[in-house]
Design a protein around this ligand. Structure first.
Ligand code: UT7
Length: 340
């Protein structure tokens, strides 16, 4: 027998964004000696000039709390109205309980539904997909989505393949009901046959062997940069175009493009391949923020709105891609001017 209830769907949108960047700015010159590199190489190959790195005693949750507090204030929604908290991260140092539950205690609503998602650099776009469905289906009215990383805890400063890329920060958005559709359908998926291309794990053998388990090595990110680069450049442009079409728009109708900030050459290539017109403003936050994985899209969104306030309420293509390999893209209406 069918269940006896009816729940008409409602539209949803991003109501606000908040960001937190650690105070310490680290230029390439502070990194190059340990990896036999140069400021020029890092700028040319990635676009990165500086990045923010958290202090040793500044935790992932400290950063997430700061970003979430700003997003809540700008939305005009109280933490007591938030029905679910989705925390996208790969750098919370505990398997359980989750980062999201630590955060809701700090934010003063320990009763909200709360969970983490592990989708690396696609985590924020995965979180938006879930938040959209939760609001659309009236499971909850308001969702707080966090993308936060303290990647400096998991990056080996002597690893030439990763030390210059990864950085720290947190971004947050409040998603809630809306008169018109403000979050387009998500195009997502994986290329999991390449799941070894980026990893963050302790030595498997050390961990499995009872004799060496206690001495298992500290986990650091390892990356086959070229594998990820090629995949992103060749496979993500069609995904972005599908997300634009799924939202019922053409590239000409987009106002902004906010891709995961992995490498400025990947961003340039996607703009070229998707043939985005010059009128589309492209986020290039990577130059001063580096690659902050799940935090990179909300951080870039916040920076873009600060420098281009006319983009409030305009459609932007988001696309996240990374370890898994996993990806997700959707067009969103950027949040309206802050409610403060
Ligand atoms: O956010 C998650 C997803 N991650 C990504 O999307 C990252 C995607 N990958 C990348 O962004 C790029 O692959 C990197 C920036 C990581 C590396 O750039 P690349 O252009 O792919 O470098 P490569 O590994 O092909 O190396 C090119 C050259 C080599 O020298 P030769 O053989 O051409 O003489 C390397 O030895 O650059 C050299 N090299 C370096 N030189 C200075 C490699 N790493 C460095 C370095 N400093 N750190």
């Amino acid at each position: 027998m069918a269940l006896k209830f009816s729940m008409p769907v409602q539209n949803s949108r991003i109501l606000s964004v908040g960001a937190y960047r650690p105070a310490r700015v680290v230029p390439n010159s502070e990194i190059v000696d340990k990896i036999d590199s140069t400021d020029e190489w890092i700028r040319q190959r990635t676009g990165i000039e500086t990045r923010h790195i958290a202090d040793a005693d500044e935790s992932l949750i400290d950063m997430a709390q700061a970003a979430a507090t700003i997003a809540l204030r700008r939305s005009g929604i109280g933490m007591d109205q938030i029905g679910a908290v989705i925390f996208a991260t790969i750098s919370y140092p505990y398997q359980a309980p989750s980062a999201a539950t630590e955060l809701i205690v700090r934010l003063g609503n320990p009763k909200a539904a709360a969970f983490d998602i592990s989708a690396a650099c696609a985590g924020f776009s995965y979180g938006i997909a879930l938040a959209n469905d939760l609001v659309r289906n009236r499971t909850v009215d308001y969702v707080l989505v966090i993308g936060g990383e303290k990647l400096s805890d998991f990056t080996n400063p002597t690893d030439r393949a990763t030390a210059f890329i990864f950085a720290d920060g947190a971004g947050a958005v409040v998603v809630g009901p809306s008169e018109d559709p403000g979050i387009g359908p998500t195009i997502w998926g994986a290329a999991a046959d390449s799941r070894d291309a980026i990893t963050l794990m302790p030595s498997y053998l050390d961990y499995k062997n009872p004799e060496t388990r206690g001495a298992a090595s500290w986990p650091d990110i390892a990356q086959q940069g070229q594998v990820v680069f090629r995949w992103a450049v060749y496979e993500m442009a069609p995904v972005g175009l599908k997300a634009i079409a799924a939202a019922g728009l053409t590239p000409e109708e987009l106002s902004a493009f906010i891709p995961h900030q992995a490498n400025e050459r990947i961003i340039d290539s996607l703009v070229r391949t998707m043939k985005l017109p010059e009128s589309v403003i492209v986020a290039r936050d990577i130059r001063t923020t580096g690659n902050t994985s799940a935090a990179s899209i909300p951080l870039a969104m916040d920076a873009l709105l600060a420098s281009n306030p006319e983009l409030h309420g305009k459609p932007a293509l988001l696309i996240g891609f990374g370890a898994g390999l996993v990806y997700a893209a959707q067009v969103v209406e950027l949040p309206p001017l802050p409610h403060e």
